[in-house]
Design a protein around this ligand. Structure first.
Ligand SMILES: [Ca+2]
Ligand SMILES: [Ca+2]
Ligand SMILES: [Ca+2]
Length: 195
């Protein structure tokens, strides 16, 4: 994973746990992050309704034991997965993120919503490798054309994993660009300015 501040991944990983722990405990002395604190923690303000729903989904994927709070272990588990998890693990996480209603499949509405929110959160940055005039609808249609192999209008975990892994554009768009990189970068930025 690349980073802009000249440290190797190993160096970053060596100091990241401590910094993240410090940051976590400073901003969240109780050790349990609520949804409200979670947004505050990552500097997410004035979100649209759709963006808020997206962040809520992300919050729920962090909250592994579903108790409505993110504790430090859950927080580290999610961040280390983003930084160094195996592809399969990451894809499982992304699948969970996209499957908003937790039905076990990703339907077109869910995919479309996530794409739209992503576009609105990062409105300046175009989606890598795609024509800039491509709409969220076009993109969702393209995804389903490519990887909904049995054509039932839903992406099973198998279709998602195999489809995303076999298609570079989809992999980039659905994972690398919809990841926590901006959040990780923000934390790393804070680390640099503190040290
Ligand atoms: Ca929890
Ligand atoms: Ca679903
Ligand atoms: Ca399907």
């Amino acid at each position: 994973m690349g980073n802009s501040n000249g440290l190797t991944v190993e160096e970053l990983q060596a100091c990241e746990s401590y910094h993240w722990y410090k940051k976590f405990m400073t901003e969240c002395p109780s050790g349990l992050l609520t949804f409200y604190e979670f947004k505050k923690f990552f500097g997410l303000r004035n979100l649209s309704e759709a963006s808020d729903a997206y962040i809520m989904t992300m919050f729920k994927t962090f909250d592994l034991n579903n108790d409505g709070f993110i504790d430090f272990m859950e927080y580290m588990a999610a961040l280390s997965l983003v930084l160094k998890g195996e592809v399969q693990q990451k894809l499982r996480w992304y699948f969970k993120l996209y499957d908003i209603d937790r039905s076990g499949c990703i339907d077109r509405e869910e995919l479309l919503m996530m794409i739209k929110v992503r576009m609105s959160l990062q409105s300046v940055r175009a989606i890598n490798g795609l024509p800039s005039e491509m709409s969220a609808e076009d993109f969702a249609n393209m995804v389903f054309e490519k990887i909904d192999l049995n054509g039932d209008g839903e992406l099973s975990f198998k279709e998602f994993v195999e489809g995303v892994q076999s298609d570079d554009t989809l992999r980039k768009t659905l994972t690398e660009t919809l990841d926590l990189t901006h959040i990780v970068q923000k934390i790393q930025g804070d680390m640099m300015s503190n040290s």
